[in-house]
Design a protein around this ligand. Structure first.
Ligand code: FAD
Length: 316
């Protein structure tokens, strides 16, 4: 029984990174145990349609895609635990045992641990119910994922940092007009991006602008904006709204044990998935503040399983 013995591979997270790691680990005979967490399937279960994952020429619904991942993991006898990990005690020793708690008293011991807990995009929070309802139906957190659906149309981007400006630049090549809404009266983004943005004729910049209402029932049709400088409200008709105000990596339970960057993303070694703790690897969005794509998560999940297999071969 895996609860009484010392295991080789525990995976925390059931998004593309976790499932990919589990399949590679299972096929390397590491008998992986996966904690699925409170969001089984991860972020993709919140999107209606994935159009950019390799091998699906017709596109695929996000939940359906993750169901396929689960089926594949089950085929290789991955042990799936539908629980959250609430605490970890990570060993500093090579070959040391890590404790993974899923209640105050219950834990699993493992020499190898793959962290694939992902991240969550920050919501605007003005009307959370509607914001969630329209997610994938006009509201998006990812221009690379959903920009193409708005080809030739008008869209808006919210945010003033590097990500928002990069999203706006990306969309300006596909869309008709891109309205860039910035809450402050300045950009936080790097100067180089600002220079590019100011040169783009179809990007219209609105500082001191706050979205106050989403318009549309089945699909987003527009937004109501309040201009705090001129104290005026106005409506913009758009088919897509790209929210780029940041992501929060799910790393709270690893705080003070694993080295992270200043935003809380887990730091991994260049070119592999090793963290600062022996036998602990990180894959997917939890260690990726840049690309945040399912295919990259699956890729780094594969890397983590291979890295762990190599680690175990060296110590056992
Ligand atoms: P996630 O998918 O975030 O999964 C994290 C997992 O960790 C979840 O299962 C969660 O339950 C689990 N977890 C977290 N904490 C714990 C814990 N303490 N204990 C146990 N489990 C835990 N990318 C694309 O490539 N194409 C797209 O079209 C696309 N569309 C998107 C649409 C939306 C609305 C969003 C939000 C994202 C989209 N993305 C898309 C990005 C893509 O979803 C992510 O890059 C990808 O899901 C990251 O995978 P991951 O496995 O790293 O983490």
């Amino acid at each position: 029984m895996f609860k009484n013995k010392i295991n080789n591979c525990v995976i925390i997270g059931s998004g593309p990174a976790g499932y990919s790691a589990s399949i590679y680990a299972a096929r390397a005979d590491l008998n992986p145990i996966m904690f699925m967490g409170s969001m089984p399937g991860g972020q993709l279960t919140t999107t209606h349609y994935i159009d950019n994952y390799l091998g699906y020429p017709q596109g695929i619904n996000g939940s359906q895609f993750m169901e396929f991942c689960k089926e594949q993991a089950k085929k290789f006898k991955v042990i799936l635990i539908p629980k959250n990990v609430i605490q970890v005690e990570l060993s500093d020793k090579k070959g040391g045992i890590h404790y993974i708690y899923y209640s105050k008293k219950e834990y699993i011991r493992s020499i190898g641990l793959i962290i694939a807990t992902g991240s969550n995009p920050k919501l605007l929070g003005i009307d959370i119910k509607k914001e969630k309802e329209l997610l994938g139906l006009g509201i998006s957190f990812c221009a690379t994922c959903d920009g193409f659906f708005h080809k030739g149309k008008d869209v808006a981007v919210v945010g003033g940092g590097d990500t928002a400006l990069e999203e706006a630049i990306f969309l300006s090549k596909i869309c008709n007009n891109v309205y860039l809404l910035v809450r402050k009266n300045y950009f936080k983004a790097s100067k180089i991006l600002q220079t590019i943005i100011f040169q783009k004729k179809n990007i219209k910049i609105f500082f001191c602008s706050h979205i106050v209402k989403f318009i549309g029932k089945q699909f987003l049709e527009g937004i109501k904006v309040f201009d705090s400088k001129n104290e005026k409200s106005y409506t913009i008709l758009i088919s897509g709204l790209f929210i780029a105000i940041g992501h929060v990596p799910n790393t709270k339970i690893f705080k003070n044990q694993i080295i992270m960057d200043n935003l809380g993303y887990i730091s991994v070694q260049n070119g592999n998935t090793s963290t600062n703790k022996p036998g602990v690897f990180a894959a997917g969005d939890v260690q990726d503040p840049i690309y945040r794509q399912a295919i990259i998560s699956a890729g780094t999940g594969c890397m983590a399983a291979l890295d762990l297999d190599k680690y175990l071969n060296n110590i056992l």
